[in-house]
Design a protein around this ligand. Structure first.
Ligand code: LMR
Length: 393
């Protein structure tokens, strides 16, 4: 039965964790996966989460099945956070992280528009291509990163959207573009929304890093603009990073419809996707998030802790640029401080990234992406020395 099963390559991101864990060198540094570590190199357990969990432990509840679409209070809290208020014309379901939300959305879209093409940014999060391909779509790209100018090739992006056939599914990074860290401006979003609307495209906004760019509200600009355009669109939300609840798999999919009735019908279809995949979602993580978002004090604490992560990442960007300069790198690397979110698209090529890994135990993605959110004063010298050595050839 299994004689012809091919050995698949490791996952380009999570596969690095496997390699990292097997590496016995004491000074190894993991800048591969997008995970925030604090100044001591520890995965934080946010205080707002601890407070919510204390309250939950004080009033323990039995663990029955959740509704197929998850905890109602959680879905409502997600709507308030993502859209500013609860909206009847939006179908929101709890999902297994941002990835789970993308997959439920992709499966639904495959039923809805089986022949549509999917466009993802060039480059994009590695799993976008894999996930939409696995859902049965032909996945192509629109231009995004301008390597020469270190920024977004906005003209190229817009031209591709304007040339896409009606019904094309366009995956957009709502904020903190993964992997490049370059976002488009609010004025450019206006042009993207206009093009998408005029061409009749289906936008799918991936919002995995809300709060890591400029702030929760600021990072919601793209969603607000699409909402105001009055068209149908998808938003996947992840709380993995913003609540540091990676392993709890807490996310949501929201499908913005053009009427309440449409939303009710869409929700009924999303429930089929969920029921036939994993039946219904788990209880704990979403309960924690719902509890924090519903309580003014915990919500304020969360925003403070999220801001703390955002500020520390920005400080590490500057520290990295300074450390590289001190290590004798002469190239202008100030672009690292302009990028947003957890990642820096370092400009290093695959063989340089492999050298970082092989010679220095510094793990990043072959695309040149490094997770700046995993840097700290302790590992910075190792990383800077390694990058300097590789950059000098
Ligand atoms: C990443 O890009 O590293 C994260 O989104 C984690 C993942 O699942 O790939």
């Amino acid at each position: 039965l299994f004689a012809d099963v091919a050995l698949a390559p490791r996952d380009p991101i999570l596969g690095l964790n496997e390699q990292f864990n097997a590496d016995t060198r004491p000074g190894k540094v993991n800048l591969g996966v997008g995970v925030y570590y604090d100044e001591n190199g520890k995965l934080p357990l946010l205080r707002c989460v601890q407070e919510a969990e204390k309250a939950m432990a004080a009033a323990p509840k039995p663990r029955g099945y959740l509704p197929i679409d998850g905890i109602a209070a959680y879905d409502k809290a997600v709507q308030k956070l993502v859209f500013g208020s609860e909206l009847k014309h939006v179908a929101t379901v709890q999902a297994l992280g941002g990835t789970g939300a993308l997959k439920v959305g992709a499966d639904f879209l495959k039923h809805l528009s089986p022949n549509a093409k999917v466009l993802i940014s060039d480059p994009s999060w590695e799993n976008h291509r894999a996930l939409f391909t696995q859902a049965g779509f032909d996945v192509q790209t629109y231009p995004y990163y301008d390597a020469a100018r270190k920024g977004v090739n906005f003209d190229g992006m817009l031209a591709a959207l304007n040339a896409a056939p009606a019904g094309t599914i366009v995956v957009l990074h709502a904020c903190c573009h993964n992997p490049t860290g370059y976002d488009i401006s609010p004025a450019q979003w206006t042009q993207v929304v206009a093009a998408v609307k005029a061409r009749g495209l289906t936008p799918f906004l991936d919002m995995a890093y809300q709060g890591f760019g400029f702030g929760l509200k600021e990072d919601g600009e793209a969603v607000r603009q699409f909402l105001a355009a009055g068209i149908g669109f998808f938003v996947s939300t992840s709380f993995s990073k913003s609540f540091s609840l990676y392993g709890e798999r807490v996310g949501a999919l929201s499908v913005v419809c053009t009427s309440d009735d449409e939303a009710a019908r869409v929700l009924s279809q999303l429930k089929i996707m969920i029921r036939t995949n994993y039946s219904n979602p788990p209880t704990h993580g979403a309960q924690v998030v719902a509890q924090v978002l519903a309580d003014d004090k915990l919500r304020a604490l969360w925003e403070e802790e999220l801001a703390g992560m955002r500020i520390r990442i920005k400080a590490m960007r500057s520290a990295l640029v300074a450390a590289l300069k001190a290590a004798g790198v002469t190239q202008d690397l100030s672009f690292v401080t302009e990028q947003l979110g957890m990642f820096s698209y370092s400009g290093l090529n695959a063989s340089q990234m492999q050298r970082l890994r092989g010679e220095f135990g510094v793990y990043g993605v072959d695309s040149g992406r490094i997770c700046v959110a995993a840097l700290n004063e302790g590992n910075l010298p190792t990383v800077a020395q390694a990058m300097a050595a590789v950059l000098k050839g």
